[in-house]
Design a protein around this ligand. Sequence first.
Ligand SMILES: O=C(O)CCC(=O)C(=O)O
Ligand SMILES: [Fe+2]
Length: 223
Amino acid sequence: MGTTHAPDFQASLFGLDEADDQADDRTDDRSRLRPLGDRVERTVLSRGAWVDVRRDWLADADDVLATMVADVPWREERREMYDRVVAVPRLLCHYGEGRPLPHPTLEAARDALSAHYLPELGEPFRTAGCCFYRDGRDSVAWHGDTIGRGSTHDTVVAIVSLGDPRRLALRPRGGGPSLSFTLGHGDLLAMGGSCQRTWEHAVPKVAHAGPRLSVQFRTRGVL
Ligand SMILES: O=C(O)CCC(=O)C(=O)O
Ligand SMILES: [Fe+2]
């Protein structure tokens, strides 16, 4: 009886049928990411804000960095952003909803982040902002990601860092002690809860730094 199903079972077990080839591709993408789970360390801030850090999340960070440097259509931009005019000495490229990301690991990262934060966030990550800090003079000034829903609603902004280590600093809006995390090649940092509206963050200039890229995953309507 059961023997009639045995060949199909075996084919899928050894990845010999079409559907399973696709499953293999997905597994391959995921294997470029190390597990999140209890490797994520949370720092609880004041006023309902928190920061999660998962060091060394991307297993193929070198490949993602090289591909992004070569393939992303980087643009120089100086503009009004967030709730004040900030200097934007860095290169940018925004991947809106539905636009394919420049590396399969980034697609896998977005999906893994959506799964990990779904219980808290209740919605998936949909967009990816990319930044290229060419050297220590490139930076982003103090701001919250408060264009759109980030100004009124809790959200999560999850950042993957690639290349030279840079400091991401945080301070409470209206004053108070700041803290910072030095983000290295392949690290993940997520700002959550009320962080975008009750705290500000910045990537300060430094005397010496090589190139660093960041990818910020956000939910719909948060910029
Ligand atoms: O590059 C980073 O790590 C932070 C970038 C950022 O805060 C932003 O683009 O809103
Ligand atoms: Fe930001």
